[in-house]
Design a protein around this ligand. Structure first.
Ligand SMILES: [Zn+2]
Length: 429
């Protein structure tokens, strides 16, 4: 029997363990900002494997000078204390080093929208429901089972295997994946178990930025409204201008990897959204200020500076056309997510191996795809020149109600991860 068959047999035998581990991780609620309960589950598992996990809180001071750094919203809210990353090194020979793993944080839920409990795993035939079961605690459980399957079959890799479980990917990943790399865990290639529906292989991600537009008005009592200027009305002008910018951008943006796997996305691969507005404090007062907060996504090929200039120019142009706003122009500021997009060459070694192994394991054919949101994988590529791919289970309703994946695709993720490690690092004869 070759080692693929033996690993597969071991993973099949561990199906219940895999579901149990995914369940323990989901039950250890770890919304971005409070990742420690689920990191404790990871640490226990690594210790049980006789590995010595490295556990540390990131330091914003140490990271601040890095060009990929920005202050994340969760850092702004709660800081980094008590928010550990976890890494472990499985020593191999002198061959290439591979990182496997992913992020432990999940986004919060609107419980009333769920038909099942979000904070445990509910199994219905092959489907598993729960917050994070797809994005991406199921994938992390699969990776740990893959490491166990290699160990139990005494398969020794020719290179080191690095495992990592990181914080705040949903918030930009600065204190997570970037902190791991800055700590010295820099591999030759990385495989992140994001739910990219293997055998599809993720090779790209979109840029993401948050911004705030402060739109002025002139406050008076509503009974003398003609003497004031309503900031909500002014904000509506800015809203309209940014919506037009979004439409213009979509007409020329082409980011094929993002819609290759999902043709519905064609023409809408990156969006500009105004998601929050705050203005006024009394129905009979004209508000003096409206503050809108938004997010823009953009594809590989455009730079952060270009995209910022487009937004700032659109706001300045609409203000110029208005007699009052031309004297009191709105202000644009950038905060939170400030992530550049990335894309790797799909002919690189890790992408080729990942697709080949994924296709052999699943018996289906895959394609190279790109995320339409930001991903941790960018840190490897942009700042360390390391090729990183996303290879993980099926996932649906990510960030939404009744998020789910399947037992079959978690087992496929485990087997694919283990076999990629043997092919990329090589195996001692
Ligand atoms: Zn994710």
């Amino acid at each position: 029997m070759n080692h693929v068959d033996t690993i597969q047999e071991t993973i099949e035998a561990k199906e219940d363990e895999l579901i149990e581990l995914a369940t323990d991780l989901v039950e250890a609620k770890s919304v971005t900002g409070n990742e420690v309960p689920a990191q404790n589950v990871i640490v226990d598992r690594l210790e049980h494997l006789d590995l010595e996990p490295d556990v540390w809180d990131p330091s914003a001071d140490d990271l601040a000078s890095h060009e990929g750094y920005f202050e994340t919203s969760s850092y702004d809210d709660v800081g980094y204390e008590g928010r550990p990353n976890v890494a472990a090194r499985i020593k191999g020979g002198d061959g290439p080093t591979l990182t496997v793993g992913g992020h432990i944080d999940v986004v919060d839920v609107t419980e009333s929208e769920w038909n099942r409990s979000p904070w445990t795993v509910t199994q219905e035939e092959d489907t598993l429901y729960g917050r994070g079961v797809a994005d991406m605690k199921g994938g992390l459980a699969s990776v740990l089972i893959a490491i166990e399957a290699l160990a139990e079959n005494d398969i020794e890799l020719n290179g080191d295997l690095l495992f990592q479980s990181t914080i705040e990917e949903e918030d930009g990943g600065v204190g997570g994946a970037l902190s791991v790399l800055e700590r010295g865990y820099v591999p030759d290639a990385a495989v992140v178990a994001e739910p990219f529906n293997l055998p599809n292989v993720g090779i790209a991600s979109a840029g993401v930025m948050y911004f705030r537009v402060t739109v002025p008005g002139k406050s008076v009592h509503a009974a003398w409204g003609h003497e004031g200027v309503n900031a909500i009305g002014n904000a509506a002008l800015v809203y309209q201008a940014l919506e037009e910018l979004d439409t213009e951008r979509k007409a020329h943006i082409d980011y094929e990897p993002a819609y290759r796997a999902n043709p519905d996305l064609e023409g809408n691969v990156t969006n500009l959204n105004l998601g929050m507005i705050e203005a006024g404090d009394w129905p009979s007062t004209l508000p003096a200020e409206a503050i809108m907060k938004g997010r823009i996504g953009w594809p590989p090929g455009e730079s952060r500076a270009e995209v910022r200039a487009q937004i700032e120019d659109a706001v300045a142009a609409v203000a110029k056309e208005d007699s009052w706003l031309s004297e009191y122009p709105p202000e644009v500021e950038w905060f939170g997510w400030q992530a550049e997009p990335h894309e790797i060459d799909s002919t690189c070694e890790i992408a080729t191996i990942a697709k080949g192994v994924g296709e052999a394991v699943t018996g289906r054919s895959g394609t190279y795809v790109g995320g339409n949101a930001g991903l941790d994988e960018r840190f490897y590529t942009l700042y360390y020149g390391v090729d990183a791919v996303s290879v993980g289970p099926d996932g649906a309703n990510l960030h939404g109600a009744d998020e789910h994946t399947t037992v079959t695709s978690l087992k496929e993720t485990a087997l694919t991860t283990a076999v990629i490690a043997t092919e990329y690092c090589g195996v001692s004869a």
